[in-house]
Unconditional design. Structure first.
Length: 136
């Protein structure tokens, strides 16, 4: 039986640095599999903003509400997409947390799969640049 997740970010040292796809979030120390790394924060999005669907940092935090993570203080917004990622997002009580799905080495970029809706709208038209797709 899998261990119950603890929805409280650790005190991992992270840094925003230039990566091959723009700015990314880098682990400055090893992060073990299953660790809660960081919370994805944002401001509530109105129904009109949801329908306009213009932002790249929009994230559903319940079945009917979303947040816009393009705010100061949301370091998690720098986590880039990867089809073969090392993290995943999980929800708890309307809050979004990023967990390691495998051991992450110091110096490694944090990534998670943004999902099919985001992929189709933002990544597919330009081509996915993640390591798995770009072959880098």
């Amino acid at each position: 039986m899998a261990a119950k997740r603890i929805f409280k970010p650790g005190t991992f040292k992270l840094a925003v640095k230039r990566t091959r796809t723009g700015r990314g979030l880098i682990a400055l120390e090893a992060i073990p599999e299953g660790a809660c790394i960081i919370e994805y924060k944002g401001r509530p999005v109105s129904k009109a903003e949801q329908e306009a669907d213009k932002g790249k940092y929009l994230f559903w935090n319940t079945d009917t509400t979303m947040i816009n993570g393009n705010i100061a203080g949301n370091t998690a917004r720098f986590i880039n997409h990867a089809c073969e990622s090392n993290c995943e997002a999980d929800l708890s009580r309307g809050r979004i947390f990023i967990f390691a799905i495998r051991d992450i080495a110091a110096g490694e970029e944090l990534t998670y799969d943004y999902g099919p809706e985001y992929f189709e709208k933002h990544l597919k038209p330009k081509g996915c640049l993640c390591t798995a797709c770009a072959g880098a």
